[in-house]
Design a protein around this ligand. Structure first.
Ligand SMILES: NC(=O)c1ccc[n+]([C@@H]2O[C@H](COP(=O)([O-])OP(=O)(O)OC[C@H]3O[C@@H](n4cnc5c(N)ncnc54)[C@H](OP(=O)(O)O)[C@@H]3O)[C@@H](O)[C@H]2O)c1
Length: 182
């Protein structure tokens, strides 16, 4: 797939590397923006409070399937039910939320794990298949929490728990399973 990742930091740069290893074509854009008109999939990996600014500097955003990976560590603009909804209001395509509950610092250790780590995602129906594929291509096992309404906000609101746990044990993986699967 032809993927443009907006944000080339720990998450954006890290995902680009994982997806390139899985034979995707990935372009990363930093704070100066760029053009995304060739992209089939857009991934947003900038600080949550910079979404409007970051996307405004990118040309060619026109209804592409979008995965929002952002979190927010300051008061939110309640105009939107979630950051993923804010992203959708700008790009307009089928939208998903994922990679917001997993640690970029551990990306390079995914393949060395005894079991495949989980990665939660919320998605509109039209974004579900591609999002699942890209989660698998990054090395994770996708766990669907439902549509972005209310799934995206639920994932964003879990960031406090994630940070509290990381404060105790550092960057971690998690694995969700139905009985009998482990
Ligand atoms: N780090 C993690 O483990 C982790 C896990 C889950 C979710 N997240 C979320 O993912 C997002 C990215 O996190 P990160 O750790 O990758 O951050 P990061 O390493 O600091 O990278 C941030 C990226 O966003 C760009 N950026 C920063 N300010 C911007 C602005 N005002 N306008 C446009 N672009 C801007 C930067 O551009 P330049 O390259 O030009 O500086 C950089 O490429 C955040 O929302 C974070 O909460 C992070």
């Amino acid at each position: 797939m032809n993927i443009t990742v907006i944000g080339r930091g720990r998450v954006g740069g890290g995902l680009a590397k994982l997806w390139e290893e899985a034979s995707h074509q990935v372009t990363t854009l930093g704070r100066d923006g760029g053009d995304a008109s060739n992209a089939e999939v857009i991934v947003v990996a900038v600080p949550g409070h910079t979404i409007a600014d970051a996307l405004q500097k990118v040309t060619g955003l026109d209804g592409q399937l979008t995965i929002d990976a952002t979190n927010l560590y300051m008061p939110r603009d309640e105009t939107y039910p979630s950051l993923a909804h804010q992203v959708k209001s700008i790009i307009g395509g089928p939208t998903a939320k994922s990679f917001s509950t997993v640690f970029a610092a551990a990306y390079q250790q995914i393949s060395a794990q005894r079991v495949t780590p989980s990665n939660f995602y919320a998605a509109e129906p039209a974004a579900q298949r591609v999002t699942e594929q890209l989660i698998r291509d990054a090395g994770f096992d996708p766990v669907y929490v439902g549509d972005i309404d209310p799934g995206a906000r639920l994932l964003e609101d879990s960031s406090g728990l994630t940070r509290a746990l990381a404060g105790q044990i550092g960057p971690f993986f998690y694995r969700y399973a139905v009985p009998g699967e482990l």
